[in-house]
Design a protein around this ligand. Structure first.
Ligand code: ME8
Length: 548
């Protein structure tokens, strides 16, 4: 059977400066979702890239005394540049698009021409404000106190010939898409788009410029360059091969895909982008998801403000997986959240060192101490546990085990089994609805349940009389390994490298790490070789970690 195809993208970032933790947040979230879909056995295409044209980059390059292409090459390909950052963060993108790539340029020219030939792009006059020293055109709303936002000097009224896109023509279709489908996520963003942009009426959009040259020339009128957003938005289809020969995947079931973006560019993605696709006669994205901002001291981190947090420094100091985990665990994906080092350290200590780290190290240490690193045959899942797992995994019905004794150890076992085997059910719903933070919450409830199971069963007490309790002790430890294995599978999209190490420590073979195996109890071989390896997440000393 052909695998289901899943296409997911990040925004293409401006290489006007080094990227910061906000960009890293979005890319890690998209990577986590891509890895989740791969875990499901889907055929995944994950795209990220850079948006390299426009006046801002042209100006920055001039200031740096290099050509625009040299400028962006350095930020994208250079030491500690964009590509290096994604490598460091273990980002599993299948493609990386640069809008200066030849095939993209060629596609954008064809896209522009198609819309022109259809009558959706026409020539008109763009009225705006002009800053002569900066040679820049501005709209009224871009001005700061009525002056040029770049240099603060006076601006003059000016006009230039420009091409316009008939955005107004698509207003009703876009409204219908927003209001009557699940296209835009989270749904809370729909009202804002409708109230702020559709209700006042959509105006046609100026889609070419003549006041600067760093862009894609309109091929049938080359003194114009294509508006940077038309250039940039097209990347999601040009990277699949739309109207170019570099790739041949556009018609192969990848499109429509899912576009993950920050909330400030939802407008471009939920109004202009679908209207462009409607004009081209192509399907609109399955979903656009607008995530929230990471704030620093209550304000948005931004390259232009300079109040940014360097992901290189954090990853090197705290570890890539700890950083990935923190970003996904702490900030509900659709909302804003305040970034702080204290919060990062606290999350590492509470969730990773205490809860997860302790579960793994205590369990593996006890298998070593009491059984020399491998449990005896026969210690594995009972029929009743397997049955409990099956019903928990499908939520078909709740198994009921009658016992008069609330301390009956079988009750502890079955509670752990049903929570661990039932975890995948909630996790799936959370990941499918773009709520990775909720998925992590569910996983950590099971990790906490497993730690409590250690206390309920007091293995150290059982170990005092191995002849009487050895069998029970082995079963308790097997159950802990199983709960750890299931959590490990579902944590893999978040922390791929650490989960590899976790699987190696509990001796889980490849076939016990799959999506199917996450809903099974008893998938780990009873006599798996267990090793207490390095501490996966050492505890940090808050004061010391903040000082360094
Ligand atoms: O807008 N918190 O590029 P960009 C969370 N080139 N996410 C943040 C963030 C923060 N403080 N700061 C940035 C552009 N981001 C265009 C996109 S797409 C066709 C063109 C993330 O470099 C967030 O995802 O300004 C945001 O939308 C994106 O970076 C903007 O990056």
């Amino acid at each position: 059977m052909e695998k289901k195809k899943f296409y997911i993208t990040t925004p293409i970032y401006y290489p006007s400066d080094k990227l910061h933790i906000g960009h890293t947040y979005c890319t890690v979230a998209t990577d986590t979702l891509a890895r989740y879909h791969r875990l499901r056995g889907e055929d995944v295409m994950f795209l990220t890239g850079t948006d390299e044209h426009g006046q801002k980059i042209e100006t920055k390059a001039r200031e740096a005394g290099v050509t625009p292409k040299e400028f962006v090459d350095n930020i994208v390909e250079g030491d500690r540049g964009v590509k290096d950052l994604w490598k460091l963060m273990n980002i599993s993108n299948d493609r990386f698009i640069r809008t200066t790539d030849d095939y993209h340029v060629e596609s954008v020219q064809k896209i522009f021409k198609k819309m022109y030939d259809k009558g959706d792009i026409y020539k008109g006059t763009y009225k705006g404000k002009y800053c002569t020293p900066c040679e820049s055109f501005w709209t009224e709303s871009q001005l700061v106190d009525g002056k040029c936002p770049d240099c603060g000097r006076e601006v003059q009224d000016a006009e230039e010939e420009a091409y316009f896109f008939r955005l107004s023509k698509y207003a009703d279709q876009v409204r219908d898409l927003l209001e009557n489908t699940d296209f835009l996520q989270p749904r809370s963003r729909v009202h804002e788009m409708v109230k702020n942009f559709l209700d006042p009426g959509l105006e046609d959009l100026c889609v070419s410029r003549t006041s600067f040259s760093w862009g894609i020339p309109v091929d049938f009128d080359p003194k114009h360059v294509v508006y940077v957003w038309v250039d940039a938005l097209s990347n999601y289809i040009t990277a699949l091969g739309y109207d170019n020969d570099r790739y041949h995947d556009y018609d192969k079931g990848w499109w429509p895909g899912v576009n993950i973006v920050g909330k400030e560019i939802v407008r471009f993605h939920s109004i202009i982008w679908p209207a462009m696709l409607m004009s081209l006669g192509e399907p609109v994205p399955k979903h656009v998801f607008g995530h929230g901002w990471l704030l620093l001291d209550g304000g948005k981190m931004s390259k232009s403000k300079g109040n940014v947090v360097d992901p290189y420094i954090l990853a090197e100091k705290f570890g890539v997986d700890a950083l990935r985990f923190f970003l996904m665990r702490t900030f509900p994906f659709g909302s804003d959240g305040n970034f702080s080092n204290e919060l990062l350290i606290q999350t590492i200590n509470t969730d990773l060192a205490n809860d997860l780290g302790n579960l793994v190290s205590r369990t593996t240490a006890m298998v070593g101490k009491y059984f020399g690193g491998a449990l005896p045959a026969g210690c594995g899942a009972t029929e009743m546990e397997k049955e409990t797992a099956r019903s928990a995994a499908s939520r078909a019905s709740t198994m009921c085990f009658g016992s008069d004794d609330p301390n009956d150890p079988v009750l502890f076992d079955l509670d752990l089994v049903s929570k661990a085997a039932g975890l995948r059910f909630d996790y799936e719903e959370d990941m499918e609805t773009f709520a990775p933070h909720k998925a992590l919450d569910e996983i950590f409830k099971v990790i906490q349940r497993a730690n409590k199971y250690i206390d309920e069963n007091a293995p150290w007490a059982l170990a005092k009389d191995m002849e009487t309790n050895g069998k029970r002790l082995a079963h308790v430890l097997y159950n802990l390994l199983e709960a750890t294995r299931i959590c490990g599978i579902l944590l893999t999209p978040f922390m791929p490298e650490s989960c590899e190490k976790l699987f190696a420590q509990i001796g889980a073979p490849a076939e016990s790490r799959t999506w199917d195996a996450a809903a099974e109890w008893g998938a780990l071989p009873e006599t798996a070789a267990v090793t207490k390896g390095e501490n996966l997440f050492p505890r940090l000393d808050m004061d010391k970690a903040l000082e360094e």
